[in-house]
Ligand binder design. Structure first.
Ligand code: CP
Ligand code: NVA
Length: 306
């Protein structure tokens, strides 16, 4: 593996499946309450410029289960890029800690953090992508369906960080990915082009949500206004309304279609209460798997330190 984990596009297909194999092993050990202190004595600095529940809790608990410890550094603590330059934070934190996980606004900031850090940097979300999330989502689909190839995975909503990581995933593992977004909220064309150039997956942009979800095996959605876009929420609520994942839309998918959401969900906006609580929904399996997948990622990255 590379020194850092910033994007799924930086992994090979083999590395992705190695992470999934290790995830399965670690998840089983965790459920059996079997000690697995693979990272005994390691410390993880978690730098957050935005809020978080799952990312913080799953990384903090995950490193603890691996025998290490985590430091939670809230937005007001470090002031990365404001109180102190990103490259200085990188060099200071890597003198104390073995691993860094960061959730930042600009993707260029996490690239700079990784460039100047002597220890592995894990991307816990930027405005551009959210690779830990989509690794976990793909693993969760594999658990439920036993395969990814041959499934129609439909992402509804904003062409945002989640959409980009799905497209990056499709550049490394063959899937049928459909992105259904309003005209002015399409994913980044360069990201899309590079996944299309990889030539592995079928990737379609289908503006009409009903057409997009027709026969889908997996329906995935995310908030319409991401962290940092709160002031656009009202306007977006009107524009994105036809993309709401509700029972009417779900009825166009295949019978036992899986419903996924990275969470937090805005019930009544991008997804209804009824759909998120339906038997189709695997959102809490998905949330749990954040921890197992990230443990595997930390173990793999730490192998480079030995
Ligand atoms: N899905 C996810 O990353 O959740 P948090 O923003 O709560 O970490
Ligand atoms: N697109 C969302 C994902 C949250 C996990 C955001 O960036 O806020």
């Amino acid at each position: 593996m590379n020194k850092d984990f910033l994007s799924i596009a930086e992994l090979t297909r083999e590395e992705i499946f190695e992470i999934f194999d290790l995830t399965k092993e670690l998840k089983e050990k965790t459920h059996r309450r079997e000690e697995h202190h693979i990272l005994k004595g390691y410390s993880l600095a978690m730098i957050f410029a935005k809020p978080s529940a799952r990312t913080r809790i799953s990384f903090e608990t995950g490193i603890y289960q691996l025998g290490g410890m985590a430091l939670y550094l809230a937005p007001q603590d470090i002031g990365i890029g404001t109180r102190e330059a990103v490259k200085d934070v990188a060099r200071v934190v890597s003198r104390y800690n073995d691993l860094i996980m960061a959730r930042l606004f600009a993707h260029s900031d996490i690239e700079e953090l990784a460039e100047y850090s002597s220890v592995p940097v894990i991307n816990g979300l930027t405005d551009y992508n959210h690779p830990c999330q989509i690794m976990c989502d793909a693993f969760t689909i594999l658990e439920h369906r036993g395969k990814l190839d041959g499934l129609k995975i439909v992402y509804l909503g904003d062409g945002n960080n989640i959409a980009h990581s799905w497209i990056n995933f499709a550049s490394r593992v063959p899937i049928h990915l459909v992105i259904s977004s309003p005209r002015d909220y399409q994913p980044d064309p360069k990201t899309l082009q590079s996944a299309l150039n990889a030539g592995l997956s079928t990737i379609e942009l289908v503006a009409d949500p009903v057409e997009a979800v027709s026969g889908a095996d997996v329906l995935y959605t995310d908030v319409w206004a991401s962290m940092g876009q709160e002031d656009e929420a009202e306007e977006r609520r009107k524009i994105f309304r036809p993309y709401q994942l509700n029972s009417q839309l779900l009825a166009h998918a295949s019978k036992n279609a899986l419903v996924m959401h990275c969470l937090p969900a805005h019930r009544g906006d991008e997804i209804t209460d009824e759909v998120i609580e339906s038997p189709n929904s695997i959102v809490f399996d998905e949330a749990e798997n954040r921890m197992h997948v990230q443990k595997a990622i930390m173990v793999k990255l730490a192998e480079n330190l030995k």
